[in-house]
Design a protein around this ligand. Structure first.
Ligand code: KG4
Ligand code: ZN
Length: 353
């Protein structure tokens, strides 16, 4: 089955074609990062308008790159939530209209299920069951995954998501939006020992996360250090920022991995998947791989470009979801879900590999 996937939940417009036999045939993405940078974050109305501008050329491009025409597409999958309602509506309206015009089925895909299944796009996909650490800009969740649509939430963030904590901390450090990758870049040159921030909620049982306090710790430490180094040479300030960034990154990565070890022990699972935008973080990937080697757990993550938002994961998820009940839409009508718990998704029967 060959599926066209469309992603427009936030600030990336993307399209892809996935074939259950041939794998990923094509994918393309337009990032709105530059457009939102002046505002320090995503402006929902601008995001929606830009999705409208980019969606048609992107879909045309992936069809040409995959060397298929409309007759070669068996269904259209688009992200129906969670995300920005206006942005989601662009992909949903376009995806469903296209499917109607082409007389093929359409399905609204859950964005976090797509992140969770993204490792399946890689050459050595994990077998079920596995533990999934989903770390994106809007969500931080520890999921027990027994199959497609068979998810149990073991823990989640009580406040800021991991990516949100990266972005807010980056902004405190004076880094431009989107802060996560920029913070990781300066942290690479930082000293991991100079500043130690806490590992929130690791001193008590449970698998929930809380990252908002870390940002406050960074703010306090930064103020105090800037005061101490007032008038210092620019290099001193640069290395101060790098060291703080590194201390923060270590705290987040450590916290995530402490909880992963705990969840692996609790479930008895032997496979861990790390997915979502923060899964592109090099330090997290390296430390997760080290943990895997030390414990015998197999650790899988998507390639970095499929950790962050993309349509390849949406098209792939569509190959499972087309033909199952569409919980967001019916008939000619369609809906999107700005909020949508993963556990609300119906299970999908296993299919032959
Ligand atoms: O999954 P994603 O692309 O979008 C959402 O579904 O939210 O995740 C975006 C988040 C942002 O907060 C971004 O700063 C963070 O992922 N991120 C990173 C890195 N790359 C992206 N955080 C830390 N290190 C990175 N290398
Ligand atoms: Zn995402």
């Amino acid at each position: 089955m060959r599926v066209l996937g469309i992603e427009s939940s936030c600030d990336e417009t993307a399209a892809a074609v996935y074939d259950t036999e041939g794998g990923l045939l094509s994918h393309a993405l337009h990032s709105q990062v530059e457009m939102h940078a002046d505002y320090g974050g995503v402006v929902p109305e601008l995001a929606s308008r830009d999705h409208i501008r980019k969606i048609v050329p992107l879909v045309e491009r992936v069809l040409v790159a995959a060397d298929v025409d409309r007759r070669g597409i068996a269904g259209v999958a688009y992200t129906a939530g969670p995300g920005l309602a206006g942005a989601l509506l662009v992909g949903a309206a376009f995806g469903r209209s296209l499917a109607f015009a082409w007389s093929v089925p359409a399905v609204g895909v859950h964005h976090m299920e797509a992140h969770l299944l993204a490792p399946m796009l890689e050459p050595d996909p994990p077998a079920f069951p596995f533990l999934a650490l989903l770390v994106s800009g809007g969500h931080t969740q520890m999921m027990a995954v027994e199959g497609v649509g068979r998810y149990r939430t073991l823990g989640q963030s009580l406040d800021d998501a991991a990516g949100e904590a990266f972005d807010k901390t980056a902004s405190l450090l004076g880094l431009a939006y989107p802060g996560g990758p920029a913070l990781a870049r300066i942290a690479a040159a930082g000293d991991p020992e100079r500043f130690r921030f806490s590992r929130p909620l690791t001193d008590r049982p449970g698998l929930d996360f809380s990252f908002s306090g870390l940002k406050t710790q960074v703010m306090t430490r930064l103020r105090e250090q800037m005061e101490m180094h007032r008038g210092a040479h620019v290099d001193v300030i640069e290395s101060l920022r790098a060291d703080i960034a590194r201390g923060f990154e270590e705290a987040v990565v450590d916290t995530l991995l402490i909880k992963c070890r705990r969840a692996l022990k609790q479930t008895g699972y032997e496979r861990l998947v790390v997915a979502g935008g923060v899964g592109a973080n090099r330090r997290l990937r390296a430390r997760a791989a080290e943990m895997g080697e030390a414990t015998g757990v197999s650790v899988t993550y998507p390639r970095p470009e499929f950790c962050t938002d993309n349509a390849a994961m949406v098209a792939y998820t569509g190959t499972w979801r087309l033909g199952t009940p569409d919980v967001a839409s019916s008939g000619l009508g369609f809906g999107v879900r700005a909020r949508w718990p993963l556990e609300d998704l119906p299970p999908v029967p296993a299919r032959p590999p």
